[in-house]
Design a protein around this ligand. Structure first.
Ligand code: SAH
Length: 204
């Protein structure tokens, strides 16, 4: 799978290595494991999906740019925990927030055997960010909102990068990269057309 992702244009060695290391089948239903190493999104319950591995790789590569590793990273949308596990290999500290209790609990159970000491899972509404652990060198959203929530922009370190899908209409979403240039200035780049589950407020 890592080789296919490399052929798709991902160059960052650390990202390819992390994708090759994390067993994606361990994060999905046994009934779907035959498809675990295909480049597709798959259902994980509660109407949510595990993202396509090529998108996971693309987003993390955009966060890293040419750096081998990031400092502190915040992920919004733990889902099944797959992307959080990949991120834990590429950052000093990862905080991952999930709003659906059921998915948060099951991600915790799936990740437990790996004993990842630099990954913390938080049950809560990621739209508020995680002020107690801010600022973050990287913020990654696995769900698409109508814009980027202000608390997340505030919690980005100067020089930090945020990557997020943003909805433009019912059917159109863009993957945005935001760099915080100074305390008041943010630079925005559109990277791709994408399709993610919606960013929703509150916890369930
Ligand atoms: N990174 C995940 C992708 C999961 S899909 C993986 O590797 O599997 C996106 C997830 O974002 C869903 O689980 C959804 O419940 C969650 N989500 C949506 N809005 C959220 C919010 N406001 N706060 C936290 N999680 C949210």
């Amino acid at each position: 799978m890592a080789q296919r992702i490399a052929e798709g244009g991902i160059r960052h060695h650390g990202v390819l290595q992390a994708i090759a290391t994390v067993p994606r089948h361990a994060f999905i239903d046994a009934g779907l494991s035959a498809q675990a190493y295909e480049d597709s999104a798959l259902p994980i319950g509660n109407e949510q999906t595990i993202s396509k591995p090529s998108i996971v790789a693309k987003m993390i590569e955009a966060l890293l740019k040419t750096k081998p590793k990031l400092g502190k990273v915040l992920e919004i949308g733990t889902g099944c925990g797959y992307q959080a596990a990949v991120l834990s290999l590429l950052a000093d500290d990862v905080y991952s927030v999930e709003r659906i209790r059921n998915l948060h609990d099951s991600a915790r159970a799936k990740l437990r055997p790996y004993r990842i000491s630099n990954l913390r899972l938080i049950y809560g509404d990621g739209i508020r960010g995680l002020p107690q652990a801010a600022p973050f060198d990287g913020i990654i959203l696995a769900a698409a909102g109508l814009g980027i929530p202000d608390p997340l922009l505030d919690q980005l370190a100067i020089g930090g990068r945020l990557i997020a899908p943003v909805s433009r209409s019912e059917t159109e979403q863009q993957l945005l990269l935001i760099e915080r240039v100074s305390s008041q200035r943010y630079q925005r780049t559109v990277l791709d057309e994408v399709f993610f589950v919606p960013l929703q407020s509150g916890t369930i």
